[in-house]
Design a protein around this ligand. Structure first.
Ligand code: HEM
Length: 170
C-alpha cells in the first residue's frame, strides 16, 4: 500500500532525526512503540484531506457561533489541521508526545485513518507492519541515515511523497 510505504519512511525519518524519540522507541515495549507510531501519524497524515457529502443539515461549533452546513454540501476535511486542534489533543499539539491523553472516542492517530463507516480497515495492519519493520531496522548495529528523503506533494491525496531516503549499515 502506498500509504503504508510513505508512513514507514516518514516514521523512520522522525526516529533517525530525534535521538530521544528513537531511544524511547528502541527501549520501549510494543505498546510504547505503537503509541509513538500513532503520534507520528497524527502529525504526518499520509491522507491529508477527506471529502464527505452531508446527508442532513449539520451544525458545527465555531468561535463566532454555530455554523450550519446544509444537506448535500461537499465538505473537505483538512486532517492535518484537525489533528492538531488543541481542544482535542491538548497542549503543544504540534509536538510528538506519545503519552498524550485523548478524549474518549478519539483514536491515537486522531483522524489519520479517517473515521466512521469508511475508517481505514487496514489501520491495524499498517501500524503492525510499520512496527515490525522499524523494530528490526533499528536493531541493526550501526544503522544510520545517510541521506534524508526528498519531499514531493501528491495532489490526489493532498499529501506527501517521500523518495531517496538512504540508510547505511556498517
Ligand atoms: C499508514 C497507512 C494507512 C493510512 C494512513 C491509511 C489511511 C486511510 C484513510 C484516511 C482512509 C479513509 C478514506 C475515506 O474515509 O474516504 C482509508 C481507507 C481505506 N484503507 Fe487505509 N490507510 C493505510 C493503510 C491501509 C492498509 C495497509 C490497507 C489494507 C490492508 C488499507 C485499506 C483501506 C481500505 C480498503 C479503505 C477504504 C475503506 C472504505 O471506504 O470503507 N489501508 N485509509
Amino acid at each position: 500500500m502506498i500509504t503504508t510505504r510513505e508512513f514507514i519512511t516518514v516514521a523512520a525519518w522522525h526516529l533517525f532525526t530525534d535521538d530521544n524519540l528513537r531511544t524511547a522507541y528502541v527501549a520501549g515495549d510494543e505498546a510504547t512503540r505503537v503509541a509513538i507510531l500513532h503520534e507520528i501519524l497524527r502529525l504526518e497524515p499520509v491522507v491529508a484531506n477527506l471529502a464527505r457529502w452531508t446527508t442532513a443539515d449539520v451544525e458545527v461549533p465555531d468561535e463566532a457561533g454555530p455554523v450550519r452546513i446544509p444537506a448535500g454540501a461537499r465538505v473537505d476535511i483538512a486532517i492535518g489541521h484537525a489533528n492538531v486542534d488543541p481542544a482535542t489533543v491538548g497542549e503543544q499539539p504540534a509536538e510528538v508526545c506519545p503519552a498524550r491523553s485523548l478524549p474518549d472516542g478519539v483514536a491515537g492517530s486522531v483522524l489519520s485513518f479517517g473515521d466512521g463507516p469508511h475508517r481505514c480497515p487496514g489501520a491495524y495492519i499498517a501500524i503492525q507492519e510499520t512496527e515490525i519493520f522499524l523494530t528490526k531496522l533499528f536493531a541493526l548495529p550501526g544503522v544510520r541515515m545517510e541521506r534524508e528523503p526528498v519531499v514531493r506533494f501528491r495532489r490526489q491525496i493532498e499529501s506527501y511523497e517521500l523518495s531517496g531516503l538512504i540508510l547505511r549499515v556498517d
